[in-house]
Design a protein around this ligand. Structure first.
Ligand SMILES: NC(=O)c1ccc[n+]([C@@H]2O[C@H](COP(=O)([O-])OP(=O)(O)OC[C@H]3O[C@@H](n4cnc5c(N)ncnc54)[C@H](O)[C@@H]3O)[C@@H](O)[C@H]2O)c1
Length: 441
């Protein structure tokens, strides 16, 4: 609902600029989240400036090269050529911007505490060049309260009033790298502002480039939405991983169980077991929530338990490899184990938190010789060891055991089974194939 104040002054000016697409859009952090968003707004007709701290990334973008798999270099080159998109390391461009989306990393520290340093640093740089009439939207996944407790005081200290002089929102990012159906433009976007005017400005902004916007009442709701989504996934994956361990103990094929259960048309949603969690979201985000709730004396017990079960999966996979080798008269020590797929999920090049790293390290610790194949990851650093992706079929033939960690669709699974002595399949990539060589999770 519009108030009288919203039809005049700073609110109306900014809204008009956004609706007429003359607003100058800034995206801080040009990674998996920021670059697709920048491209979406540039394609919608806005002039977009991306700001990143990495000079190399900025230079290659300005040369028209994309570093994100879901964004084609030709797209970046086209938008750069049309002067719709530009990249810089210089935060002073904030003076000329009307909107800023913050998409910087939010990792966990070793102690599983949130590392807010990237957000703090970006916000401090923005504050140096802050001006009335700015819309700021935080997109980095974080604990509920971050926008209110960390961003708002920094900007209000400058003497400006939120909801009147500037607008501040949180909008969770839902990008699913490698998803051929849902990309930035057709994935509904939740947005919540510090005040109703902020929410409305956020809604108007996203509506210019995205198909569906979902306004919520405040920033904390928006922050919690993301944590519910990712915690839901993490806990369900934990449950199904525990099911896999139980089924293994009872000699039941867990994959067949899940497929049959998924025929129920209501009240069931399939999740699949695997070698462990990977990526920048599911293994990390729920711990933002448990860290925050601990401060109010509430223990997030589901999260801790699922974290424990999921974190143990690489060890379970190691046991499977060990048992499979033992049955063929070999030990892990001295055996050659070849890993098929090291990226954290199918058909992408992202190695962040990939369980393949844990499995490789555990195998090395037990004295195995390890090699790997991954068409998306040409090189891999494992402690001090530098590995290079090798040909799948000839490596499979040379190895004592092949372990499928990531089920890339380009792998020749028939050829893999035919040429290998033993295959441990942690993803059901060999569904429908029967062979005494195959050991399933
Ligand atoms: N990758 C995903 O699938 C995904 C999905 C949903 C949400 N998220 C969340 O979105 C946020 C960004 O994730 P990402 O995957 O795009 O990370 P990323 O590492 O791919 O990109 C982040 C970018 O920010 C830059 N950066 C770091 N500090 C900066 C600073 N102070 N100023 C400007 N730039 C800075 C980095 O150089 C990098 O280019 C995280 O909070 C993440 O949890 C990620």
């Amino acid at each position: 609902m519009h108030t009288a104040a919203q039809s005049t002054g700073i609110f109306a000016d900014l809204k008009n600029k956004i609706e007429s697409k003359t607003a100058r859009v800034g995206i801080v952090g040009l990674g998996y989240v920021g670059l697709p968003l920048a491209v979406e707004f540039a394609n919608a007709g806005f002039s977009v400036t991306g700001i990143d701290v990495l000079q190399g990334k900025v230079d290659s973008l300005n040369r028209g090269q994309s570093h994100v798999q879901d964004v084609a270099s030709s797209e970046v080159a086209k938008l750069m050529g049309a002067k719709r998109l530009q990249a810089t390391t210089d935060f002073s461009v904030v003076r000329d911007l009307d909107t800023i989306n913050i998409c910087v990393p939010t990792p966990l520290r070793k102690t599983k505490d949130p590392d807010m340093s990237y957000i703090v640093s970006a916000v401090e740089e923005i504050a140096k060049h802050f001006h009335p009439g700015l819309l700021i939207i935080l997109e980095s996944t974080t604990y509920p309260g971050t926008t209110d407790e960390l961003l708002l005081p920094t900007f209000e200290k400058l003497g400006l009033k939120v909801g009147e002089d500037f607008f501040l929102c949180f909008s969770p990012e839902r990008v699913d790298p490698g998803n051929p159906v849902y990309q930035t433009s057709n994935t509904p976007k939740v947005v919540g502002g510090v005040t109703p005017a902020c929410t409305e400005m956020g809604r108007v902004f996203f509506s210019q480039a995205l198909d569906h916007v979902v306004p919520v009442s405040n920033t904390r709701v928006a922050e919690m939405v993301k944590l519910l989504e990712n915690t839901f996934r993490m806990i369900n994956i934990g449950l199904v991983n525990e099911m896999a361990i139980m089924c293994d103990g009872m000699g039941i094929n867990v994959w067949e169980v899940i497929d049959a259960a998924a025929t129920k048309p209501f009240g069931f949603m399939p999740f699949y077991p695997g070698p462990g969690l990977g990526g920048h979201c599911i293994p990390i985000d729920p711990f933002y929530l448990s860290w925050k709730t601990k401060q109010s004396g509430i223990e997030a017990r589901f999260i801790e338990l699922a974290g424990y079960i999921n974190g143990n999966m690489p060890h379970f996979v190691l046991d499977k490899i060990q048992n499979a080798l033992n049955e063929s008269g070999k030990a892990v020590k001295g055996s050659h184990v070849h890993i098929a797929g090291v990226a954290y999920k199918r058909n992408i090049d992202d190695m962040r938190e990939s369980p393949a790293l844990d499995v490789l390290l555990l195998l090395r610790k037990r004295g195995a010789k390890v090699t790997y194949s991954d068409p998306y990851v040409p090189q891999l650093k494992l402690d001090t060891l530098m590995l290079e992706s090798a040909d799948l079929i000839s490596s499979a033939a040379a190895a004592d055991c092949v372990v499928i960690i990531t089920d890339h669709s380009s792998f020749d699974y028939g050829g893999l089974v035919a040429s290998s002595k033993l295959v441990v399949d942690t993803r059901n990539a060999l569904k429908g194939m029967e062979s005494p060589k195959i050991v399933r999770l």
